[in-house]
Design a protein around this ligand. Structure first.
Ligand code: URA
Length: 268
């Protein structure tokens, strides 16, 4: 379906709301196409070939070093979760921070046997500064309760700790930028098992490139840090289950897989 873009005031606003725009970044409208064209013309001397001027399209390994890469902020040096949170508060290397209201660092209990890793905070998480406190979080709580879990027996974070505007999926670059913090967070929270919720968390943290429907419910190894590898179970995201309740049957199979692994740990 196509959505013609209205150009007059109120209809334009209504159209943006329907497209998922729920946040104003500036006081007035900006023509970013014109700005980008002007910047390219100003910044690129004729002798320099065009591809090297496209900074934003480069992979992180080729991009200008971020604060993390430059060693200004080194999550690996955080000795506890409070220190890591303070590092993230001071970190300006991920653009999502600029549009989010606040950092949604974690919820639950460090040291709990299982850690859930989601995609990124939504509107309610952004308001409260905690992961999974909106509608998807309520379903997560309900599913946890079915296997005897609650937030005292799990720890929860996301692959990006700031809300992507309009709840869009975080980009691979945003995920990669935040990954050193998440890896350190896992190491400091010390879970025995990891569960990723949804495809972006699975692909970003576990590097699994197949689709979530194929990969869900099967344990894979997650290399968290040198000397620390944890079993990880990709699962369907609760927000997806809210949209597609017919998939709950498949989800329950995976939750039972998790319950069995937790029982084994308890018995060990
Ligand atoms: N969805 C997520 O992936 N994470 C949250 O914290 C909330 C919704």
């Amino acid at each position: 379906m196509t959505h013609p873009i209205p150009t007059d005031g109120l209809d334009g606003l209504r159209w943006q709301a329907e497209m998922g725009v729920d946040l104003a970044l500036d006081e007035g409208p900006r023509d970013r196409f014109a700005e980008a064209a002007a910047a390219e013309t100003a910044a690129v001397p004729a002798a320099i070939p065009l591809p090297s001027s496209r900074v934003d399209a480069r992979r992180p390994s080729q991009a200008a070093p971020s604060a993390v890469q430059a060693g200004e902020i080194d999550p690996g040096k955080a000795t506890d979760l409070d220190e890591l949170r303070a590092m993230l508060e001071a970190f300006d290397g991920c653009g999502l921070k600029a549009t989010a209201t606040r950092l949604a660092f974690a919820d639950g209990t460090p040291g709990a046997p299982v850690m859930f890793v989601g995609e990124g905070p939504g509107a309610e998480e952004d308001r409260q500064g905690k992961p999974f406190v909106g509608p998807a979080g309520r379903l997560l709580d309900a599913m946890m309760a079915e296997i005897g879990l609650d937030r005292t027996r799990c720890y929860i974070a996301n692959v990006v700790p700031w809300r992507p505007p309009g709840n869009r999926t975080p980009t691979p670059l945003e995920i990669e930028t935040c990954l050193p913090f998440l890896r350190r967070q896992i190491a400091l929270a010390r879970p025995r098992l990891l569960v990723t919720l949804g495809a972006p968390a699975m692909q970003g943290l576990l590097g699994v490139k197949t689709g979530i429907m194929q990969a869900r419910g099967r344990w894979v190894d997650c290399a968290v840090a040198p000397g620390l590898t944890l079993p990880a179970l990709p699962m369907l995201h609760p927000a997806f289950l809210l949209r597609q309740p017919a998939q709950k049957r498949a989800a329950w199979t995976d939750w039972r897989t998790l319950a069995r692994a937790l029982q084994k740990l308890d018995g060990a």
